[in-house]
Write a protein that binds this ligand. Structure first.
Ligand code: SF4
Length: 238
């Protein structure tokens, strides 16, 4: 089920100004890491969001004309993985991300993940997300996440970017105008739940001036999560 355009979500400031396309597959770090662009909808409005300045991380236009269907995602993946294999390259990672929040399509992603796993038994399958939308838009229970793992999901890159709730509110603006009071805690809750299920979880922070690195480390460690502080390249959070 694709998402209908909704005022609850942010679609990026350039949406009205660019030609909308159907770019489902893109590469940011070479052909061994294939990324899937599954939606432009996002329930956050991060102040550093690259989408407001660039059509697609400088690698492609990722402003979609509509959310691709499960069949379209699978077909784009099959076509590309075949092409990459024909070049003699093994896919090391499939990253489900895009120019939006992929968790909004989590139930669809279970089918996509299952298909990728059948075709690529040893590839890392990662979802890059802000986490909290799982509880708001999918379920309070772990059932769907567990199902995704059983179908082949292996990694979660969990974008937090702030070491406390006040900075999180200012930077990420979860819920856009209707600020989501529990988003910061729920992001951590999502990470802990994923880790308990057996997924490899990394808590991500962009190295912004406002980031208290010491606090970020303590926060990750006190929740039993790995963490990564990444250079602020161009507004990439996931
Ligand atoms: S940086 Fe990511 S999470 Fe933040 S508004 Fe942009 S797409 Fe959404």
């Amino acid at each position: 089920m694709t998402l209908k355009k909704s005022r609850k979500f942010n679609y990026g400031a350039l949406k009205e100004r660019l030609d909308l396309v159907k770019n489902i597959v893109y590469y940011k770090r070479g052909l061994e890491e294939l990324s899937l662009n599954v939606t432009n909808a996002c329930p956050n409005a991060c102040v550093f969001c690259i989408r407001d300045r660039d059509s697609g991380w400088g690698v492609a236009n990722l402003y979609l004309n509509k959310d691709p269907s499960v069949e379209e995602i699978i077909s784009a993946f099959d076509e590309e993985s075949k092409r990459v294999k024909n070049l003699g390259i093994n896919l090391k990672r499939v990253k489900i991300c895009g120019y939006g929040e992929p968790l909004l399509r989590f139930k669809d992603l279970i089918f996509v993940i299952s298909h990728i796993r059948k075709s690529e038994p040893n590839t890392e399958i990662q979802i890059a997300t802000t986490g909290w939308p799982y509880f708001r838009f999918i379920s309070e229970k772990e059932t769907f996440l567990k199902k995704a793992m059983e179908n082949g999901l292996t990694h979660i890159f969990l974008s937090l970017n702030a070491s406390d709730k006040v900075s999180y509110k200012k930077l990420v603006r979860p819920g856009i105008k209707d600020y989501d009071e529990n988003a910061f805690e729920d992001t951590l809750r999502f990470g802990v739940m994923a880790k308990k299920l057996g997924l490899d979880v990394v808590l991500g922070f962009i190295d912004l001036d406002s980031l208290d690195k010491k606090k970020a480390k303590i926060l990750a460690e006190s929740n039993g999560l790995k963490y990564k502080i990444r250079e602020f390249e161009n507004g990439e959070s996931k």
